[in-house]
Design a protein. Structure first.
Length: 218
């Protein structure tokens, strides 16, 4: 287990850590992006295959570059060398990797991981398939409860992610990008198709949640 670094953490973080552990997650706190990257690498066994979903948080940590530098086999559908035609196949391989890495849209103070996804590969990897899942969350994503998590996703994370994805992949403009919040659209390329609430550690997977004492992701 990673050595916990909770000195200077707020009551909110401390309560969230306790709740996650009650829900049987391995939960740790680190102060910085640098420490978060170190913690992730400590959790990944040598010679393990690594899968990942789309995550701005992981990009900000530089984890993909570091894993490649160290020679790990990485299945990440949005890597710069992965074509659009290859993405689905790479995403499937990611679900059978030894370790799956992900960010999250929200984390509740009662220890639940809440996400809304477009295709489902990101949330699937947190639940079943890989031997271990590592979920990294900035302190900006901690909310009181599931209701607060869904509100955060619809008013903050989803519109910002829709804008980011449009800029990165030249997708059609979604209504939430213009309004600044979810309008329950029926667009073909909407990013809010699947909602998951992980209430307890999934039975068939080893799960670690790393809370970072910085704002990360959207």
């Amino acid at each position: 287990m990673i050595t916990e670094k909770t000195s200077g953490s707020s009551d909110v973080v401390a309560e969230t850590l306790k709740a996650l552990r009650r829900n049987r997650f391995d939960a740790v706190y680190v102060r910085s992006r640098k420490e978060a990257l170190q913690s992730i690498l400590q959790c990944v066994p040598s010679h393990a295959t690594v899968g990942a979903g789309d995550s701005l948080t992981l990009k900000q940590l530089g984890v993909f570059k570091e894993l490649k530098r160290r020679g790990f086999t990485l299945f990440w559908p949005f890597g710069e060398n992965v074509t659009k035609e290859e993405r689905r196949d790479v995403a499937r391989k990611a679900l059978l990797a030894d370790v799956f890495l992900s960010g999250s849209n929200a984390l509740t103070m009662d220890g639940k991981i809440v996400n809304i996804d477009a295709s489902g590969n990101r949330v699937a990897g947190m639940i079943f398939g890989p031997k271990k899942a590592i979920v990294v969350v900035g302190i900006n994503k901690i909310v009181r409860n599931v209701e607060g998590a869904l509100e955060r996703i619809r008013k903050v994370a989803a519109p910002l992610n829709a804008r980011r994805i449009r800029e990165e992949r030249d997708w059609e403009l979604l209504p939430c990008v213009e309004t600044g919040e979810c309008v329950a659209c029926n667009a073909e390329n909407r990013i809010c198709n699947i909602t998951t609430v992980i209430e307890k550690k999934p039975r068939a997977i080893d799960s670690t949640v790393i809370i970072v004492g910085e704002k990360l992701g959207l």
